[in-house]
Design a binder for this molecule. Sequence first.
Ligand SMILES: Cc1ncc(COP(=O)(O)O)c(C=O)c1O
Length: 367
Amino acid sequence: MNAEQVGALIRPDIFEMEPYTPIVPFEVLCARLGLPADQIIKVDANENPYGPSPRVAEALARYPYYHIYPDPNHTVLREALEAYVGVGREHLMLGTGSDELLDVVIRLFVQPGDAVVNCPPTFGMYPFLASVAGSRTLSVPRKEDLSVDVKAIEALYADGGLSPKLVFVASPNNPDGGVLSAEQLARLLALPAVIVVDQAYVEFGGTDYSPLVPEHSNLIVMRTFSKWAGLAGLRVGYGVFPTGIIGHLFKIKQPYNVNAAAQAAVLASLEDLETLRERVRTLVRERERLYQGLQSIGYLQPYPSQSNFILNRVLGRDAAELKRGLERRGVLVRHYRAPRLSDCIRISVGTPEQNQRVLAVLREEAR
Ligand SMILES: Cc1ncc(COP(=O)(O)O)c(C=O)c1O
């Protein structure tokens, strides 16, 4: 068979699909910019500038069982997580980042032709994973202030047409850091759908809805160790699921989805909560300082954020050009091509020194 014939065997919807564009790897960017890593301020992916707890490296060095498959039931981890999340272990499942769990949830509910609801602008993974599963994504754009348009979502179910099975809402939302209120969530939970609240950034602000899961058979909350615990590179997240859903998820997830190193890193992180929480407090303080600094820059209009990043409208100049200008000076920020965001840049909160430098470079750009 030639490549064309093989191509004809590939699912036509995937053959035609646009690839998901993740950010360019750090090493690649350093090489492209011709700058050493220590001269680059990477505030483009909402990572934790402090990295993991120092106990993680010790735990990884000590761990004796890398040659043995890890526990598919995450027994020890779920037990340890119970106290941190405040929800029984029977509601907890871990994954290779919360990205993997979003995928498993979508595969559990969605068949080709089914629909899910997405509220853009938001994290791009929901429509991407939905389309891989052959699902249609119904977009209910956020309002002008980027809050969720609950009324428009309710209207989708009121007209008696296609009834989307899943509704995805991030709180705090990426890219703006706005949150879903308890009242909005209550209205969504009244719909005949499973509501997936992605709380990847909840340690930085907003209400944690995990404790509501045991009372609601249609609420899923996604959490992660990538942001507050600085474990993005080890890929470990978890979900809080109703008991009517979690058993089915365990049936279809990859048995050894969370590798041994990630499991050891989670346990070490949960044993060093004071250090990690102190870092989160510093980042939250820094977010407010960065916000004030950004407000004083005439060509930027920052959105108030409950997360570890700040979205800024760029006024009177090209945002993509600004991003490239900052990049040449070693400051990496996020720019989007999406229509409602093409005049924005998103800046993650760094260390005090990094934020100082980011503000200085942005001020110099004004000249
Ligand atoms: C809203 C949101 N959810 C989930 C993730 C991914 O989390 P994880 O690293 O656990 O896959 C991100 C990462 O940027 C995010 O912004």
